[in-house]
Design a protein around this ligand. Structure first.
Ligand code: FAD
Length: 310
């Protein structure tokens, strides 16, 4: 084995986070980190370190199937000790395909990665975040790293190594593209998040919370039902086990009951404040400040108070 730890994600931001995790693995394994680009070089992630360009696949996007095949071909030649991917939708698919092609173990949604020199160790939330499982996979290993769990890697010197992997055909074909109606929210870097739950009765009422978020220089997030079930907000707004993990300075949960699956994504926020009509709502157990009240009264009052202070 070459002793390298490879990093790949279709998203440059996630790649930079995964590079941080890779540094922890590389330290324990006396290995080097290599950030992989497939097809063409990307603009460059600050802190990506040594870059590996897999040449051959072409086209504007690299599908999970193509990524897995290109990584597998290169890995068979270069034998990295571990390949780390971001646990995005595409990353999860690429990782499972890659592990199957290489016939190695795959650890999913891992945080706190390290290495004992013989394998990768890490932690992952199980039972909706109620239990933390310590996991280990011997080298060579494929791992998906939970997004939002690591800061972006520090700047490192950059060198590029090119590897020819040949054309990779994809059995799926992109037949069209549609731009998402809204989005562009970066909850992972937001200092303040105003988060909406099912306590919000109508889609139009979200503008009230959006205004509050703007007043507080924050971003608007939500519980899963608002994006996945009702479609009131794009899916990148949804926080929790199956959504984004966030760690803002202030998390304001409005009309959110605080089920485990939601709390798993925001429990590391510095300060949590909640507004809920139910004094026994579980979110209050995860909160530093609790307002028992109707959001339709509390939110406008809060906004007036904050605006008056300016
Ligand atoms: C496998 C799996 C994964 C999941 N992943 C996620 C995830 O990643 N993220 C996530 O969020 N959920 C997730 N869920 C769903 C989760 O279990 C809950 O159903 C969801 O979080 C509940 O959303 P909510 O709190 O907005 O709604 P509810 O549970 O319906 O709570 C609404 C809250 O609003 C309060 N309320 C009502 N009216 C008002 C008012 N006028 N003013 C103030 N408060 C009011 C109520 O008292 C209540 O507490 C997942 C579920 C499963 C099974």
């Amino acid at each position: 084995m070459s002793g390298d730890v490879w990093v790949y994600s279709e998203s440059e931001g996630v790649s930079a986070e995964v590079a941080s995790a890779a540094q922890d693995v590389a330290r324990g394994a006396s290995a080097e980190v290599r950030v992989v680009d497939i097809g063409s070089p990307r603009q460059g992630i600050r802190g990506s370190g040594v870059r590996l360009l897999l040449k051959g696949p072409s086209g504007p996007d690299v599908s999970p199937a193509v990524a897995a095949e290109a990584l597998a071909r290169a890995a068979k030649d270069l034998s990295p000790v571990a390949v780390l991917l971001g646990a995005t939708r595409d990353g999860r698919e690429a990782a499972s395909r890659l592990a199957a092609k290489l016939g190695v173990g795959c650890m999913a949604e891992v945080v706190k990665l390290a290495s004992d020199g013989q394998g990768v160790t890490g932690e992952r939330n199980v039972y909706a975040g109620k239990v933390v499982a310590k996991t280990r996979c011997q080298f060579p290993a494929v791992v998906t790293v939970k997004t939002g769990a690591y800061p972006r890697a520090e700047a490192l010197p950059e060198r590029t190594q090119e590897v020819e992997v040949g054309q990779v055909s994809d059995r799926s074909k992109v037949v069209g593209r549609e731009k998402k109606a809204a989005g562009g929210v970066d909850l992972r870097s937001a200092k303040v998040i105003v988060s909406a739950g099912r306590g919000v009765k109508k889609r139009e009422d979200l503008s009230m919370l959006e205004d509050l978020a703007v007043t507080m220089h924050g971003a608007l997030g939500c519980s899963r039902p608002l994006s996945a079930d009702l479609g009131w907000l794009p899916e990148e707004h949804h926080i929790g086990l199956t959504g984004v993990t966030v760690k803002p300075d202030l998390y304001l949960a409005i009309g959110i009951s605080g089920q485990l699956q939601h709390v798993a994504g925001m429990k590391d926020s510095k300060i949590v404040a909640s507004i809920n009509t139910d004094k026994d709502a579980p979110i209050f157990q995860a909160s530093d400040y609790c307002i028992v009240g109707d959001l339709y009264q509390v939110v406008p009052a809060l906004r007036r108070a904050l605006s008056a202070r300016r």
